[in-house]
Design a protein around this ligand. Structure first.
Ligand code: BES
Ligand code: ZN
Ligand code: ZN
Length: 473
């Protein structure tokens, strides 16, 4: 069908591990910096050179041959192969793996190949041919099972990142709270139970924050509830993700410049949805409950106002200072409900919460606030395994007075350091449990191509959440 949206989830390329290269199939060789037989390549990471022969061949630089070079090279290769397939009928390509690579290297190369050619476009032209299938040739049949295992694990992780990108890139004229909830329910299945709560249920249970924020929109809010409960699980994790399907700022309306980017303001929710799907596919022995409060923050006659006092799930009240601080309003309800209803061992939330975090850490590093040192360290370590960088931020006790309310229990937008004040606000709803708050306002979107990321929604945090869950298994 023409001019329709890409299917969600989009398809990942086919990658297979085989023992040896074959004649007649276009071949890619990898060259490290300083390799003697590098076919004239500098070996620079991600530099792809095409050699002119009947069967196309490429030399791809892998620099120092560190795992991260393999990811970057895989991603550059994905784009080269995708573009080559537009001009010539190339169905399959093989990559000769150097003899000394580890399974980690193969996993990183595959990650780059899975994600580097990602795109999400909605145009009237015919869909472009997808990237050729890739055979990774081990060169030794004894290495095949180990490499294949690495490739299939990273496939699930890459699928989580790609699914997060798909959800976040989907434009908000399609993606309202009901669409997000229904898409989650449709795509995530198997052992994960997905329940969608509507605005009547939310009103009945007292989700005042979600209803206040969602009340300005013609598309009513939803709460997406997901449960993965394997037998013999050691720990019970609660994930909560911000699901603002569009953030105009509400009556405290945002400036026009950049407002369109707020279609990815549900990237934390998307990461949570995709992570639970991946955790179940990996059959990790941890129990995970995930909540995504989904609402559209709009301007209308029924918008909530600065000065309103809103009662959250559980009864605490918030004095609204700025309707653009809507993320914490919906997250407060979901955190309070999740802890009260599911009694988890620990809580992790992900949210594109504050512009201030984007200023602090830029677009490639996520901020992690935590009430527990072990949990903070696990998030950072999980990120390192996933290829996502996190930096711990402080919950400055001396600033906590700022969120004490005058008319209500807590003040929503007290001024001061934005990322920290938002985190201190959320902490009020975490009942003293070990809790980590991931503010991904910066890295949820990319404006440049780097590593396995392309401009647009990055999928950031989904893989960290999966690796974090794996650390408890
Ligand atoms: N969704 C925004 C935060 C954001 C900004 C994400 C830029 C990604 C890029 C959030 O809802 C917001 O507007 N926060 C306000 C809070 C303020 C009014 C207290 C902010 O950060 O300015
Ligand atoms: Zn906002
Ligand atoms: Zn927002």
């Amino acid at each position: 069908m023409r001019n329709s949206l890409p299917p969600v989830p989009t398809k990942l390329p086919e990658i297979e591990v085989v023992a040896a290269t074959r004649r007649g199939i276009p071949l890619v060789v990898l060259a490290a910096a300083g390799d003697e037989d590098a076919y004239g390549s500098s070996g620079r990471t991600g530099e792809i050179r095409e050699l002119t022969e009947d069967v196309p061949r490429w030399v791809a630089g892998i620099g120092d041959a560190a795992p991260k070079d393999f990811r970057q090279t895989g991603a550059a290769l994905a784009r080269t192969l995708r573009d080559a397939a537009e001009h010539r009928p190339i169905r399959t390509v093989q990559v000769a793996l150097p003899p000394d690579v580890t399974a980690e290297h193969v996993g990183e190369l595959a990650t780059g190949l899975f994600l580097g050619g990602y795109r999400f476009v909605v145009t009237t032209s015919e869909p472009k041919p997808s990237m050729p299938a890739v055979r990774l040739a081990a060169g030794d049949d004894r290495a095949v099972p180990e490499y294949a295992e690495a490739a299939s694990r990273v496939r699930i992780l890459a699928a989580a990142a790609a699914f997060t990108r798909d959800l976040a890139n989907t434009p908000s004229n399609v993606k309202n709270p009901a669409w997000l909830a229904n898409t989650a329910a449709k795509v995530v299945g198997g052992p994960v139970e997905v329940t969608v709560r509507d605005e009547k249920w939310l009103a009945d249970k007292g989700f005042g924050g979600v209803l206040a924020v969602g009340g300005g929109s013609a598309s009513p809010p939803r709460l997406i509830e997901m449960t993965y409960r394997p037998r013999g699980a050691a720990k019970h994790l609660l994930f909560v993700g911000k699901g603002i399907t569009f953030d105009t700022g509400g009556l405290s309306v945002k400036p026009a410049d950049g407002m369109h980017l707020m279609r990815t303001d549900m990237a934390g929710g998307a990461a949570v949805i995709a992570a639970v799907r991946a955790i179940a596919e990996l059959k990790l022995p941890v129990r995970v409950t995930a909540l995504v409060p989904a609402a559209e923050n709009h301007v209308s006659g029924s918008s909530y106002r600065p000065g309103d006092i809103v009662r959250h799930y559980g009864g605490r009240t918030t004095e609204v200072g700025n309707t653009d601080a809507e993320g914490r309003m919906v997250m407060a309800d979901a955190l309070a409900y999740g802890i009260d209803r599911f009694r988890p061992d620990l809580v992790v939330d992900a949210a594109t919460l504050t512009g201030a975090m984007k200023v602090s850490l830029g677009l490639r590093v996520g901020g992690v606030f935590a009430t527990d040192d072990d949990l903070a360290a696990r998030v950072v370590a999980a990120g390192a395994r996933a290829g996502e960088a996190w930096w711990r931020m402080p919950l400055v006790e001396d600033y906590a007075r700022g969120i004490e309310g005058e008319l209500g229990d807590v003040r929503q937008a007290p001024g001061g350091p934005g990322g920290i004040m938002a985190a201190l606000f959320l902490r009020e709803f975490t009942a003293g449990l070990p809790w980590a708050h991931l503010d991904i306002a910066g890295p949820a979107r990319a404006d440049k191509t780097y590593a396995d990321i392309v401009p647009g929604a990055s999928g950031f945090a989904a893989r960290t959440l999966v690796e974090l869950a794996a650390s408890y298994g």
